[in-house]
Design a protein. Structure first.
Lengths: 112, 112
DNA sequence: GTCATTCAAGAACGATCGATCAAGTACCCA
DNA sequence: TGGGTACTTGATCGATCGTTCTTGAATGAC
């Protein structure tokens, strides 16, 4: 599960194939669908996982991915992430900063 | 071109198919590849387009998508977006705020 | 011992992806 | 007017997508 979250976190949602998840988790295709129903279901469970993780970067990354790729058209994901943001007091600035760091651009148009 | 940027902006990069772009722009498949070489090349040109647009939301959306989906593994995109951010003095907080707004979550864990 | 049930495992499915290419058409200059 | 060039168009390519289904082995009850 943590392995799945890690793959989503690094590759993004759409860019992550089920093969990637199978390889990363060691769980085989059929079992994966038996347990989670779909790639989407697995992502939701990954959100649950990072909600309780102690690594804030993982949490922020998965929130970013969910917000950008899924949330606009998926109320279920939207609400789930809203809960995560609220539970951990994640601010807009934290999201923006993590987005830049993850992209390899730690600096923004900040003060001189 | 603006039409292409709009499609990327709404759907994201990976989730946008070349068919989507063909349909949105009215330009046919072959011509699209003749002019831009690849989906990636077209995205780069869309970045150029929003760099000079007057709509800040479009600019922010495309920057968000590029940063999250492409920039971590693509230095060319990364630098191009860095230029956009700097040219328009876009801050981390602006990025974070726009991310939430686009996702349909205007509020974060802000003050009471 | 025997049969039913469960679960892992991966082969196979249709759909769709990004990209290429052959064929058709219009045009321009000599 | 004739010949060649450049562009448009959409059919087609192999690869890969998310998902389903068949297969085979293991387990437990009686």
């Amino acid at each position: 599960m943590d392995a799945a979250a890690e793959v989503f976190r690094q590759r993004g949602y759409a860019a992550t194939s089920v093969d990637n998840l199978v390889e990363a988790t060691g769980v085989h295709r059929g079992s994966l669908y038996g347990a989670f129903g779909s790639k989407h279901g697995l992502f939701m469970r990954a959100l649950d996982a990072v909600d309780t993780t102690r690594d804030p970067a993982s949490r922020l990354d998965l929130a970013l991915i969910g917000l950008l790729e899924l949330a606009p058209g998926d109320p279920h994901v939207r609400e789930r992430i809203a809960g995560v943001l609220e539970a951990h007091d994640i601010t807009e600035e934290q999201l923006g900063r993590r987005l830049l760091t993850r992209a390899g651009l730690p600096r923004s148009g900040g003060p001189t």
